[in-house]
Write a protein that binds this ligand. Sequence first.
Ligand SMILES: *Cc1c(COP(=O)(O)O)cnc(C)c1O
Length: 369
Amino acid sequence: MSNLLENLNEMLLMGPGPSTVSPTIYEALHRPTLGHLDPRFIEIMDTIKIQLQTILNTKNDLTVPMSGTGSAGMETCFVNLIESGDNVLVLINGVFGIRMQDVATRLGANVDSLEFDWGTPVIPEAVKLHLAKKKYDLVAVVHAETSTGVANPIASIGELVKENGALFLVDAVTSVGGMPVEMDNWGIDALYSGTQKCLSCPPGLSPVSFSPKAVEKLTNRKSKVPNWYLDLSLIANYWSGSTRVYHHTAPINMLYGLYQALFDVIEEGVENVHSRHKKYHEYLVDGLEKLGLEMLVNKPYRLPMLNAVKIPEGINDGDVRATLLNDYNIEIGGGLGVFAGKVWRIGLMGHSAYEKNIDKLLGAIKNQL
Ligand SMILES: *Cc1c(COP(=O)(O)O)cnc(C)c1O
């Protein structure tokens, strides 16, 4: 029988995630698996918590990687912080805002949404007017909307949410490791991220952090967290304290990968990593514009790590992406929702964000236009 894994090519992953995994992380993943209560493993866990606090700019004690992809982090935040009947506001300008609305609704929350055009950011003035009318238990927004390439103004929204008294929940799946995330300064109470975007790990873990105010809400719940696997009040007993309590077996080798990813980012310098993403984003946009292509998002709101570019008239989306994939070993993303067939989404995430990758992609696109 043939083994399907034997003939896999090394792909250049320049879509909305997963991103290209760096060799140091592949190296980390195949280190010997330890027991999940081995003191050497617990030392790695404790270090991961500190690394995460560093990269998120937070002092939050409850900062842990959840087992599962970014969406598991989303679910973790809602399931721990929402009780049936809570008033929740979701600010929506893309696919991941809609996913948050779906998750919150399934938990029996009273969910309001404030929608903004896809491809444009959330407007703080509109949020302010809305929040003046009603008190919320929780307000949620996506920092880097991967479906459109838009950055939302988290610091400004955070101030408004604080005035309202609600908990502030932010999706930082795509932003962490590619642009500044100031959890404490921006007044964020709960945040989740993922390993497969700018951290350049394979998919599989979701860092989550809760502020003291979020922990208080969790501690004072009237009902049990309705999901056993994601219950942070139980998981916290495995991730802290002098005696660790088994909850579920940690995905040991994935955690090695996350440890190494965070180690690499901190070693390069968190600010240097952010400026590398910005620099190569500008380099990519410049190259695309020289080919006559146009960006979807207005300049001030563009994400460095996710570049939405309009597909020119007469060019077939599917054909171009299939050729990139099959002839060049490059993956880019298509558009979602209203932008399906209308834009390409080019990721410059983590280890993908280097000049040689962009040159290779621009050359391949040029050949097809
Ligand atoms: C990718 C992504 C998610 C979901 O992460 P998965 O790893 O696919 O579960 C959530 N939010 C945003 C903004 C994302 O880009």
